[in-house]
Ligand binder design. Structure first.
Ligand SMILES: *[C@@H]1O[C@H](CO)[C@@H](O)[C@H](O)[C@H]1NC(C)=O
Ligand SMILES: *[C@@H]1O[C@H](CO)[C@@H](O)[C@H](O)[C@H]1NC(C)=O
Ligand SMILES: *[C@@H]1O[C@H](CO)[C@@H](O)[C@H](O)[C@H]1NC(C)=O
Length: 373
């Protein structure tokens, strides 16, 4: 073996010894958990449960503010009047509950509206027991949508700011709209901009910006990912122009009935999409990888096993060498390797069951995962 090869062999091993990372995992049964990922000098990874805090309700999502080490979590139980938890992240592996409030927070962090409500609510931070909703926008529809069982009413599923911070977007699964709001920076108040209208039965669910000029939205009902060019007219509202529509399976194959795209995330020039209930690696589901051209055009690369069923959320670490996947129904946290250069995922490094498993299509099991960094 020539010296360069030896170096290549030894270096990762040395890095492995030093690598230990923490992961947060929320469970629908009302807990938030801290997990530690460690690796031995042989390169074997393992996940262990560090601590667990019971906060009650049905925590459905987590938004992480790294500066204050605070996790904001909406509760899915209170339809229409969801309460929110703020949890300070683990110190020595332990969480502290900072506050609970009614409504959903917005301010220094983006948050999400989750569940069966037709309302987008905003709150001023910090959250306290006396926090009041700053604004509550309630939407209605004239009749049901193209897929009546899922589109009986507007269901804004995700709320996130654009990279300039001047606008807020909300893919609305029930109304087949991408809602756009202008944010008044002084008051925090939202004003409606014209929505982007998707074809009936698209079911936009989750979005992510790539730079400020490209947006990707994962569609839960059509099981497609749409790419958009984003414009910022000098005075007025952010506008979207759709540039591409692809499924998240090889060869632009239509997803099997029952599949529901979960989340979309970007890292450098790659886009990742979780396919819930596609059973591509039966009984397990999949995560799809796309490479992105200089202009943001999506090129399908491949799919890998999610290592469980119903990968509701996933997150890539800052170094870009690991992805954590939260498989909802099997309630396991899965860590897979990611090549920061090629964007390729796999193999699976570790998996740990957290809390009780759920039932397909139910609001139980693991709800959300993220890296503590
Ligand atoms: C638990 O997590 C903390 C960080 O929050 C870390 O310092 C500690 O080493 C972890 N403990 C175990 C047993 O993994
Ligand atoms: C891929 O499939 C989707 C959904 O069937 C369709 O809308 C889109 O036009 C297809 N794209 C290409 C490039 O074939
Ligand atoms: C599904 O995932 C589990 C847990 O990660 C793993 O043990 C199992 O081998 C996987 N099954 C397939 C067919 O990929």
């Amino acid at each position: 073996m020539s010296p360069p090869y030896m170096l290549l062999g030894i270096l990762p091993a040395l890095l492995d010894v030093a690598s230990s990372a923490n992961i947060f995992a929320a469970h629908y049964s009302g807990t938030i958990n801290s997990l530690t990922l460690t690796s031995s000098s042989s390169g074997a990874y393992s996940l262990s449960l560090n601590s667990s805090l019971s906060i009650g309700g049905q925590p459905s999502w987590m938004t992480w503010d790294s500066a204050s080490r605070t996790i904001y979590m909406p509760d899915e139980t209170g339809w229409g009047s969801a309460s929110s938890f703020a949890v300070s992240a683990a110190t020595n592996g332990k969480f502290t509950l900072l506050g609970k409030a009614t409504g959903l927070p917005l301010g220094g962090v983006a948050n999400v509206v989750y569940g069966q409500t037709s309302t987008i609510s905003t709150l001023k931070l910090p959250l306290t027991s006396s926090s009041k909703t700053l604004q509550s926008l309630k939407y209605t529809m004239n009749g049901k949508g193209t897929i009546p069982s899922r589109q009986d009413a507007p269901h804004p599923h995700h709320v996130f700011p654009d990279p300039t911070g001047a606008f807020l977007l909300a893919p609305d699964l029930g109304a087949d709209l991408i809602r756009i709001f202008k944010i008044d920076s002084a008051s925090g108040k939202l004003t409606d901009c014209p929505s982007y209208v998707e074809p009936g039965g698209t079911g936009p669910r989750h979005g992510v910006f790539w730079g400020k000029d490209v947006l990707y939205v994962g569609n839960e009902l059509a099981n497609t990912v749409h790419a958009f060019a984003v414009s910022y007219p000098a005075s007025g509202c952010l506008t979207l122009t759709r540039t591409q529509s692809l499924t998240s399976l090889p060869g632009n194959k239509t997803a099997p009935t029952g599949t529901k795209i979960g989340e979309v995330h970007v890292k450098d020039n790659f886009l990742y999409v979780s396919n819930r209930r596609d059973l591509s690696f039966s009984p397990n589901d999949s995560i799809a990888t796309f490479s992105l051209s200089a202009t943001g055009a999506m090129n399908f690369v491949d799919i890998i096993s999610s290592g469980g069923t119903y990968p509701r959320t996933f997150s890539i670490n800052n170094a870009g060498d690991l992805m954590v996947i939260g498989d909802q129904t099997t309630a396991n946290v899965v860590v897979v390797k990611r090549d920061p250069v090629t964007g390729k995922l796999g193999p699976q490094l570790a998996s740990l069951r957290v809390g009780v498993t759920g039932n397909a299509e139910n609001d139980d099991g693991l709800s959300s995962v993220l890296w503590d960094e």
